[in-house]
Ligand binder design. Structure first.
Ligand code: TRP
Ligand code: ZN
Length: 888
């Protein structure tokens, strides 16, 4: 389709469907050259639709062979096919059956939407609008249907044939073909349809639900991967138990299947009863998977499972409501992961992601509200804003309502809307009914884009012993609106005195009767508001936005001494970490200025002193120490800067890291040794993960000292590592070490790694990613070489992310090289990929759209490359939308 005919779709134009599809009977004949899809749809007019509307179905790239209506073959005058639509031109009765036969070619489908082949396996991805690439249909989530699916295929190549629901029939033919029929007892929109065919093996387990039903759990993989499924399986059982306890949600079918595929555009997909996963989100084994990898598997398995209620049983009316299922489900999986691991660590990781990726999106050309008002290509709106900020909005509701009322509200939401396709408004409505609160102003979180700024001032009046917090809120303009109305912001706070947390007596508000009167959630609703605390006997240091109670930028004029105080004394773990971050930001910003002015660099001794305290206190949680030792990342520093000087940021941060390593070498070495226990079985549990993370953080510092003994320490860790966490951390430290004497060791370590793991694609991806993010000179040349390596395959999204995505998104100092080579490289790759996989091409483009905060020369080069993409002709709607909005 040409770009001009791709129109923006607006939420305000929504109308109910004119027809409903009560039953969907699909028949697939899978074959090597082409697949035949026979669809029999039982349709009727929607009483809520326009009474004499014509029937228009969606279809893309279908070779239509036959159409019939109530058994009568349609002639060419009875219908018209145009622009991916099928218009029926004859008068239609109230109720009728439409049958179609189409041919499709899954083996040529590199977009990985609809039915496609991943290695030797057939699989599907229908969200958001992939089903229209399979058959003519009303491809919209508010059309829900009962699906019966028959699959016919060669038995030898495709012994396993799967679809949603229950297996109801199967048989063999004499010619080596076999068939199965699956029936899903739940009505569902077509984006939840799935089909899998391949030579797969499975691991099986059971879960008994709280009402005593026994559910079969199966994870289907290639035979070689059978030993990597146990973590996903145990995660699934934990998730099922947790959803019963935390939300009262029980599983509703007799079988739950997960299939792992290598070629997948995203992490995983919640198809009813038949989840399809990227292998990277299912397979885990200590030797080839890092701790982060294990945690990702647990989180994604849980996320897709939780969708069974928040997404499938209650689904979205239209794609503007995407955050209804994604924001809510991310919130649910985040609560789950917090409980399974360390809540503070989990929160810190979430906030780091939000502050870099989502805040950057909010400040860029693709900024949109959690509920977008319009889109050209919906695939472009599976964003950090819809997912992560959407989850923060639900978290704020949880905070404002409290856990008990929040649970009552979700119970009400599920009970009211089970089996329906609804809107975000229904979700907030249930929150309102259950709590009796007015959430009118709160709804702005869904409709206004941009990251609000909270400017806070604290005034202590010793004479009357009051402490006054003055809070101002504002929000920068974003594409959808210049002016913003004030948000309803929960601001969790505490006040710290010399002896610890102070009791809070907020003027004109009752004291809490609970034991903890040292923390309070202030509700900020005005542009400017004051909160007065009484009986404050000393000048406090405020601890603000505890636990990151709202997705905002906080500005408070802390001194470095106050930050160091909060770092060691705040009772809120998240805020202790955040104080360390803010101290780091302040110190590093000063160093960036010095770099730019070519002045000598000097690290504030306060920073060294604060780090020394952290390293010496053996009573602290090692996970927290590791996180606090990690200086703010280059991406966060870029986010905090007015103008981003990627090179200066890198230099300043490296200087600070080297200085800390030099000043604290003894302490770091001691911590490293303390957390290097002898061999023991690997366990992906919080305590062990914390210990590894602290050890590896100190190792990366020590490797900055260019000391042969320390290099040997690192090499020993690499050679003796029994798990990928320790192996990859030491390899990364070697790769990024600038010392000349490390060069031969580095190359050898890379070779050993590849030789050992070349048959494990997920380990190879890590190997690629470590090289693509290496900051030593010559990065782009190394990346170009990786693209030629036998391990690279541009049709596999994981490989593209590991090399191109990692270089452009996580290696800012080289991506923003002064000569513009990084930008030209990305533009080349986006153009090449757009012909193969538009969704991935459009996602990859993101770093090039963030030109606004770059220095003028970089801006020019970036915009030049965007123009070059735009002029190259036949772009997909995906890339076209992103480029257009970015150059505007
Ligand atoms: N619903 C999926 C999730 O759980 C998202 C998803 C998976 C997706 N595959 C996709 C979205 C392909 C768009 C295209 O988050
Ligand atoms: Zn999801």
């Amino acid at each position: 389709m040409s770009n001009d005919s791709k129109q923006a779709i607006h939420l305000r134009d929504y109308t109910a469907p004119d027809f409903l599809i009560d039953e969907t009977h699909l028949n697939f004949q899978l074959a090597e050259a082409a697949t035949t899809v026979n669809a029999r749809l039982v349709l009727r007019r929607n009483p809520a639709g326009r009474p004499d509307a014509a029937l228009v179905l969606d279809g893309q790239g279908l070779d239509t062979r036959r159409l019939s209506l109530d058994g009568k073959l349609l002639g060419t005058g009875d219908y018209r096919i145009e622009d991916d639509k099928l218009h029926l031109l004859l008068p239609l009765p109230e109720k009728f059956e439409l049958e179609s036969v189409v041919l499709i070619k899954p083996q040529l489908n590199t977009a990985l939407e609809g039915l496609y082949k991943s290695r030797h396996m057939f699989c599907t991805q229908c969200e958001a609008e992939g089903f229209r690439r399979i058959t003519w249909y009303l491809d919209r989530p508010d059309v829900m249907s009962l699906f019966t699916v028959t699959i016919l295929a060669e038995e030898k190549r495709y012994p396993v044939l799967l679809s949603n629901g229950n297996l109801v029939d199967s048989g063999k033919l004499s010619n080596g073909m076999h068939w199965v029929t699956w029936k899903d007892p739940f009505r569902k929109p077509c984006y939840l349809f799935a089909l899998v065919a391949g030579d797969l093996k499975y691991v099986e387990d059971y879960f008994t639900t709280k009402s005593g039903r026994r559910v079969t759990l199966r994870i289907y993989v290639e035979e070689k991967d059978l030993a990597k499924c146990s973590h996903a399986m145990s995660s699934l059982k934990r998730a099922m138990a947790w959803d019963e306890k935390a939300y009262g949600r029980e599983y509703d079918l007799d079988i739950y299947m997960i299939v792992a595929v290598d070629d997948f555009n995203m992490g995983a997909m919640e198809n009813k009863g038949l989840n399809i996963f990227n292998t990277s989100c299912v397979l885990a084994r200590a030797e080839i998977t890092t701790d982060k990898g294990f945690q990702r598997v647990e989180a994604v398995v849980a996320h897709e499972y939780f969708h069974n209620w928040s997404g499938n049983r209650v689904t979205c009316r239209d794609w503007f409501q995407l955050s209804l299922k994604e924001g809510f489900t991310v919130f649910r999986d985040s609560q789950f992961s917090a409980e399974m691991n360390s809540p503070t660590v989990k929160r810190i990781e979430e906030v780091s992601l939000l502050r870099t990726v989502q805040f950057a999106e909010d400040a860029g050309p693709m900024a949109h509200p959690v509920q977008p008002q319009s889109y050209m290509e919906i695939s472009n709106f599976y964003t950090p804003t819809v997912y992560e900020k959407g989850a923060e909005v639900v978290r704020m509701l949880h905070c404002l309502l409290g856990p008990v009322t929040f649970r009552a509200a979700t119970d009400l939401y599920f009970a009211r809307h089970d089996g329906q396709a609804v809107t975000i408004e229904e979700f907030v409505g249930a929150m309102e009914t259950a709590s009796g609160r007015d959430l009118q102003q709160f709804r702005r979180w869904y409709t206004q884009a941009g990251t609000p700024v909270l400017k806070v001032r604290g005034d202590y009046d010793a004479a009357v012993q009051t402490y006054t917090l003055t809070v101002q809120q504002s929000c920068p303009p974003t594409p959808e609106a210049e002016q913003k109305e004030p948000f309803h912001i929960p601001l969790a706070i505490g006040l710290l005195g010399d002896a610890g947390s102070l009791a809070l007596h907020l003027r004109d508000a009752p004291d809490f009767d609970s034991a903890d009167n040292t923390q309070r959630v202030l509700e900020v609703t005005q542009r400017e508001q004051q909160f007065v605390f009484e009986q404050v006997r000393e000048k406090p240091v405020p601890s603000l936005l505890r636990g990151f109670s709202a997705p905002v930028r906080l500005e408070y004029p802390y001194t470095r001494d106050e930050l160091a105080f909060l770092m060691s004394r705040d009772s809120d773990g998240f805020n202790r970490w955040d104080a360390a971050q803010q101290l780091g930001v302040s110190v590093l910003q000063e160093l960036v200025v010095a770099v730019l002015q070519q002045r000598p660099l000097e690290l504030d001794p306060k920073m060294v002193a604060a780090y020394r305290v952290l390293l010496q206190d053996e009573t602290l949680d090692p996970a927290m120490v590791a996180l606090m030792l990690e200086l703010p990342g280059e991406l966060y520093l870029a986010e905090e800067a007015e103008v981003v000087h990627a090179g200066a940021i890198h230099e300043a941060r490296q200087f600070a890291r080297k200085t800390l390593a030099r000043e604290l070498r003894r302490e770091m070495h001691a911590v490293y040794l303390r957390h290097s226990p002898g061999p023991g079985a690997y366990q992906p549990i919080a305590e062990a993960i914390a210990s590894r993370s602290l050890k590896n953080t100190t190792l990366s510092y020590l490797m900055l000292l260019h000391d042969k003994d320390l290099m040997q320490l690192c090499l020993d860790q690499y050679n003796n590592a029994a798990n990928m966490t320790d192996a990859s951390a030491s390899l990364q430290a070697l790769l990024n070490c600038e010392a000349d004497f490390v060069a031969p060791v580095r190359d050898k370590a890379l070779r050993i790694f590849y030789r050992r793991w070349q048959h494990e694609p997920l380990a190879v991806n890590l190997w690629l990613q470590l090289q693509a993010t290496c900051h030593l000179p010559g990065a782009l040349a190394r990346v170009q070489a990786l693209l030629q390596h036998e391990a690279f395959d541009i049709r596999n999204p994981n490989k593209v992310r590991a090399v191109i995505g990692a270089f452009c998104g996580q290696n800012p100092v080289h991506f923003h090289a002064a000569d513009g080579s990084g930008y030209a490289f990305l533009a080349d790759k986006v153009i090449e990929l757009d012909a193969i996989n538009p969704q991935i091409a459009a996602r990859l483009l993101t770093p090039l759209t963030r030109w606004r905060k770059q220095p003028p020369a970089q801006q020019l080069q970036m915009k030049e490359q965007l123009q070059r993409i735009l002029l190259c002709g036949k772009l997909s709607p995906d890339v076209f939308e992103v480029v257009c909005k970015s150059v505007a």
